[in-house]
Design a protein around this ligand. Structure first.
Ligand code: COA
Length: 480
């Protein structure tokens, strides 16, 4: 009897244990739990008209410790998407770019205004004890901290990952650094350093010339874009995990990601020459590394930049012309060489490879008789891929870019109207919020009161402490 009782108790305990296990497993699956409620668990589709259901990142608050270009590119984009971006600046001085490359005396430079639109500005001395206290309060109120200081600077402010994570376990801490962990991790890095270290410069330029950096800021703005994707992904993961994480984008990595086709070519080199590079057609041997390819098209279809009508006076009267194989016959007809369609020296792509320079010279004789826009119109009718070389002046004046909000004119209280680049990513239900950049400390008061909740008395104390105001200049000695 006793053994029977014992066995019963044992099996009851085992059943209890296994039930606990099941509960534990279910509890481990929050996604399943979410899905179980309200049918799919997702909110009902909004019935508001498209573009009137708020913005994609409404409700996300960013503590923006960024400066110069890479970090500000990231946070400006997130602000365009609806995030409340609070830019922390040094009292009295502000971000260094406010005064760099100034074109209007006394006003914030375009370097600053074009990278800090749609943000709010608060001045805080992050090394002042009261300033540290305010920052701790802000850490608790924000979702993401973004910074691109030199390595170690954030830690020196006392904002270590451990400190931040303790204050706010949901906080995502996103950083741009020049290099990832390794021999160069402590280096300060600017745009062109990254272009060189990421493989872009060695593969840009003409074969016979030195390496070249590009005008597009692939190191700074390019890495800022990578960081923005990292942040949005971390926000999405946080929905499941409930906790923040570190997001790191090294500029070297960002540039390499954009130059990946050149790493592709590096590996192809081991198996033979790169046929689509014009140096192959010219019989020039390849070295050990991916060479510079001038204006060759990277996609395997020969292309080059050709002069158009007016090139003698206009440095941008050029067009990019691709001799794509399927439209070769149309090209021959257009340039007055119909015989090339059947001539064995020109009829096939391999036959054309050793003659590309001469072929492009002949096409150029034709493009030089027309403006780049005329060439564009004529070629597009035949599906011949061409691209006019547009100057920044032409882009600034292009109506279609204004119409789509890619180029936006905003007003500014001290410098007047200026052009900025709006959101290049178009979301059909989240219309970009492109506003002017803030004046230095323009929102200090409202952030202290409305975001943190300080009282009038607190704010008065903070002001008196010197944590948010520029240190007083010492009074000049009276002239004798
Ligand atoms: N209050 C008080 N001090 C502040 C402050 C504030 N609100 N904001 C910044 N500072 C301090 C920092 O704490 C730091 O002090 P520390 O050196 O004593 O720690 C100091 O200002 C300067 O920061 P730092 O990032 O070192 O600026 P820098 O001008 O010396 O270097 C870069 C500039 C861009 C080279 C460097 O920040 C860097 O390598 N960043 C990472 C890569 C990057 O983004 N480069 C691209 C730039 S577009």
């Amino acid at each position: 009897m006793a053994t029977k009782k014992k066995a019963k108790a044992k099996s009851k305990a085992a059943a209890k244990k296994s039930a606990k296990k099941v509960v534990k497993l279910v509890a481990k699956k929050p996604a399943a739990k979410v899905r179980a409620g309200n049918g799919s668990g997702h909110p009902r589709p909004s019935t508001k008209p498209w573009g009137q259901a708020g913005r994609a990142l409404d409700g996300v608050r960013i503590l923006d410790f960024t400066h110069v270009q890479s970090g500000p590119t990231c946070t400006q984009l997130l602000a365009y998407m609806g995030a409340d971006c609070i830019k922390v600046e040094r009292p009295g001085v502000g971000a260094i770019t406010r005064g760099q490359l100034r074109d209007v005396k006394g006003a914030d430079s375009l370097y600053f205004t074009m990278l800090n639109g749609s943000k709010r500005s608060i001045t805080i001395d992050s090394k002042h004890p009261k300033g540290k206290e305010i920052l701790d309060r802000l850490v608790k109120e924000c979702d993401v901290l973004v910074e691109n200081f030199a390595p170690g600077a954030l830690d020196r402010m006392g904002l270590t990952w451990e400190h931040i994570h303790k204050l706010n376990p949901r906080m995502i801490v996103a950083s741009v650094k020049g290099f990832g962990p390794g021999p160069y991790e402590d280096c300060k890095v600017y745009e062109n350093v990254a272009q060189c270290a990421g493989g872009s410069a060695s593969t840009t330029g003409f074969r016979e010339g030195p390496p070249l950096v590009t005008g597009a800021q692939i190191g700074d703005s390019g890495t800022g874009l990578h960081l923005a994707l990292g942040i949005v992904s971390a926000l999405y993961q946080r929905i499941r995990t409930g906790r923040g994480q570190k997001v790191l984008c090294a500029m070297q990595d960002g540039v390499l990601n954009l130059a990946r086709v050149k790493l592709r070519d590096q590996q192809r080199l081991k198996r033979g020459p790169l046929n689509e590079y014009s140096q192959f057609g010219e019989g020039i041997p390849f070295g050990k590394a991916t060479p510079r390819a001038g204006n060759d098209s990277g996609g395997g279809q020969p292309g080059w930049i050709l002069k158009c009508k007016g090139w003698e006076d206009d440095p941008d009267a050029y067009i990019y012309f691709i001799t794509q194989a399927p439209v070769w016959a149309a090209i021959c007809d257009l340039i007055g060489k119909p015989q090339w369609k059947t001539d064995p020296d020109y009829a096939t792509p391999p036959a054309r490879l050793p003659r590309l320079r001469a072929i492009f010279d002949t096409i150029e004789q034709w493009t030089m008789t027309k403006t780049k826009f005329e060439v564009m119109d004529i070629c597009n009718k035949h599906d011949i891929p061409v691209g006019p070389i547009l100057s920044m002046k032409e882009i600034a004046e292009e109506k279609s870019l204004r119409d789509t909000g890619t180029v936006v004119e905003v007003d500014h209280p001290t410098r007047g109207a200026y052009l900025t680049v709006g959101n290049p990513i178009k979301l059909s239900d989240s219309i970009a919020d492109v506003r002017r950049s803030p004046l230095l400390g323009e929102h200090t008061d409202e952030i202290l009161r409305k975001v943190i909740g300080y009282s009038d008395k607190d704010v008065a104390e903070i002001k008196a402490s010197g944590a948010i105001t520029a240190p007083e200049k010492p009074a000049k000695a009276e002239a004798a």
